[in-house]
Design a protein around this ligand. Structure first.
Ligand SMILES: Cc1cc2nc3c(=O)[nH]c(=O)nc-3n(C[C@H](O)[C@H](O)[C@H](O)COP(=O)(O)OP(=O)(O)OC[C@H]3O[C@@H](n4cnc5c(N)ncnc54)[C@H](O)[C@@H]3O)c2cc1C
Length: 326
């Protein structure tokens, strides 16, 4: 095998990828991590992380730098490249980097994450991390006693609004239409919560601020075009996420929203020997700790897969089949 072959080839270097790498290295599997265009993943673009156990408050970039150092110290080979093509129909699995390098793996852990969809306003970009967020679980705690707004009309938006009522004094729910896409249970919970005020047929036209933090939003009525302002300290954008799975389309089972489908209680995908961890397969929790937990699972499952393959290869030739998905 070439120098670019590893027993566990990990694509992505967020909490899921680094945790998988650390566990695989400690199982003597000499893993390789292809770090991608965002080494350290999503947490590198945030400031305070206050829900990582053991750290009451840690800066996102610092936490990810420590994970990277931990990975290096236990023998993980970290590679700066971006995978542009994969072939999961052959063994070993193949991943081709932007650099032109071919990487092969007896197993593969996909940990390419996801990214939040944004409204696309320059003012929204300017205040990201200073009042604009895409994660109520991550940032809701900072808005005790404040007025905030959530944009969106699906289950995630309603759940974020409901969650924020644990801290905020008032939550506006800004939605482009006059009915929600959220399911009936969520709609009923929303209607029963006096802290939430829906603003129907409305879109956020501008995020207002004082140069440092968000102070309000300008809203446009989608029917009349009429403009109005609301004073808010935070804006939560909940209009969906895009999992980074374009590479794997047609090679692995994805769900309707593009997330990698996994076997129940496992990180196994529709291709035996390929595991998926973190936000790339999780549209429910989307947290660093859950991603890290899935990275651990993926590495342990990869280790078992390799041991099983070795045992079966020794006994006879084997036929490898995909996992049956839930
Ligand atoms: C602003 C912000 C604040 C947040 N705050 C918190 C918080 O306080 N607490 C919390 O628990 N969670 C927080 N989150 C969520 C948390 O960051 C994610 O749940 C977590 O990072 C997901 O980890 P992951 O490893 O699955 O993927 P990601 O962190 O998304 O990492 C994906 C990795 O894949 C790589 N990659 C993608 N495509 C390729 C490719 N083609 N080739 C090679 N590599 C590739 C990227 O470079 C990156 O390294 C926050 C998210 C954001 C955006």
């Amino acid at each position: 095998m070439t120098a670019n072959h590893s027993k566990v080839l990990i694509i992505g270097s967020g909490p899921a990828g680094y945790t998988a790498a650390i566990y695989a290295a400690r199982a003597a599997l000499a893993p390789m991590v292809i770090e991608g265009m965002q080494p350290g993943g999503q947490l590198t673009i945030t400031t305070d992380v206050e829900n990582w156990p053991g750290d009451a408050s840690v800066m996102g970039p610092d936490l990810m730098m420590r994970m990277a150092e931990h990975a290096t110290n236990v023998g993980v080979l970290r590679v700066s490249d971006m995978i542009v093509e994969v072939d999961l129909s052959r063994r070993p699995f193949l991943a081709v980097g932007d650099s032109g390098t071919h990487y092969t793996g007896d197993t593969m852990v996909i940990a390419t994450g996801a990214s939040a969809r944004w409204l696309g306003l320059p003012s929204e970009t300017a205040y990201r991390g200073a009042g604009v967020s895409a994660c109520a679980t991550c940032d809701g705690f900072f808005y005790k006693g404040s007025v905030v707004a959530v944009v969106g009309g699906g289950n995630t938006a309603v759940e974020e609004a409901l969650y924020l009522t644990n801290f905020a004094e008032k939550v506006y729910l800004v939605h482009r239409r006059d009915t929600l896409r959220a399911d009936r249970t969520n709609q009923a919970r929303l209607a029963a919560n006096p802290k939430i005020e829906p603003i129907w047929n409305a879109e956020v036209a501008e995020v207002l601020g004082n140069g440092g933090v968000v102070t309000g939003i300008a809203i446009r009525n989608t029917r009349s075009g009429e403009m109005s302002n609301r004073d808010v300290a935070g804006l939560f954008v909940a209009i969906g996420h895009d999992p980074a799975t374009a590479l794997f389309k047609g090679q692995i089972h994805l769900d309707d929203e593009g997330y990698i489908r996994i076997a129940s209680g496992s990180t196994g995908t529709s291709v035996a020997g390929v595991f998926a961890a973190g936000d790339v397969q999780d549209k429910v929790f989307r947290q660093a700790i859950t991603s890290a937990g899935m990275g651990c699972m993926a590495a342990l499952e990869a280790e078992r897969y390799i041991a099983d393959l070795n045992a079966r290869t020794t006994a006879s030739s084997v036929t490898v089949e995909g996992n049956s998905l839930a």
